[in-house]
Design a protein around this ligand. Structure first.
Ligand SMILES: C[S@@+](CC[C@H](N)C(=O)[O-])C[C@H]1O[C@@H](n2cnc3c(N)ncnc32)[C@H](O)[C@@H]1O
Length: 223
């Protein structure tokens, strides 16, 4: 069982939460807000509480809700415990891929995005396609950007290099935030990006498994 399933806490550090909620409060966007990957909804509760009370924006949460048993029920209980209005949240019990296709078909657009779903390179690269639906001036945050999650780092670094219209506006711990400054003529994630991510994902996975096995052998020798 994941720890957050019982603690209902965010899977973020206080410094990361401060950056995230600070941006939400400061920008006070009126358009849709998105969270991809919510765990127990701990961070969602903090984000909802940071919305301007007078005119709170709507949130969309995308998650297949298989992180731990009864995940959706736990998230809803967490909202109730914080006395937050769950009518502000539109839960899409779905993978990010499927929810993105539906949002694109529906013509949805967003002012704020937190991308924190699967952390392998292939998935993060595909999740970056959500930025096509981000309004100009909007903010996208990504969590677990760092050496512990090389998939997130590689995907975000490649994305930034080829998209100068996304300007970095903050980093705390492993949370990075970018503002969309304009509209690109081509999709943010190209076929070449997806091919790169697909090929390297396999290599990283094999490396990760080998490192795990080496660590196990070393632990056994040390015991
Ligand atoms: C690291 S946790 C999210 C942590 C949360 N944002 C927080 O700060 O507390 C990752 C979440 O991504 C979800 N997830 C897994 N696969 C997914 C997918 N294909 N699309 C969207 N979310 C996914 C998991 O169910 C889990 O809830």
């Amino acid at each position: 069982m994941r720890r957050c399933a019982t603690t209902l806490e965010p899977e973020m550090t206080p410094a990361e939460l401060q950056l995230l909620t600070g941006l939400i409060g400061e920008k006070a966007f009126s358009g849709l807000h998105l969270e991809v990957g919510t765990a127990a909804g701990g961070t969602l509760c903090r984000m909802l509480a940071a919305l301007p009370a007078a005119k709170p924006a709507q949130f969309r949460v995308v998650d297949p809700m298989t992180y731990f048993p009864q995940q959706l029920e736990v998230v809803c209980a967490n909202l109730r415990e914080h006395e937050l209005d769950d009518t502000l949240v539109d839960f899409k019990v779905s993978t990010s891929d499927d929810a993105l296709s539906a949002a694109t078909a529906e013509g949805a657009s967003f002012d704020f995005m937190l991308i924190d779903g699967r952390h392998d390179l292939w998935s993060v690269m595909r999740d970056l396609r959500w930025t096509r639906l981000l309004n100009v001036g909007g903010i996208v945050c990504l969590h677990d950007y760092g050496l512990d999650h090389s998939g997130v780092k590689l995907a975000v670094d490649r994305f930034c290099k080829s998209h100068p219209h996304f300007s970095k506006v903050g980093q705390a711990g492993s949370l990075v935030a970018f503002q969309k400054m304009g509209i690109a003529s081509r999709p943010e994630v190209s076929l070449a990006d997806e091919t790169y991510a697909f090929c390297w994902s396999w290599t990283l996975e094999v490396e990760r498994k080998l490192a795990r096995r080496r660590a196990k052998v070393q632990n056994r020798k040390a015991a």
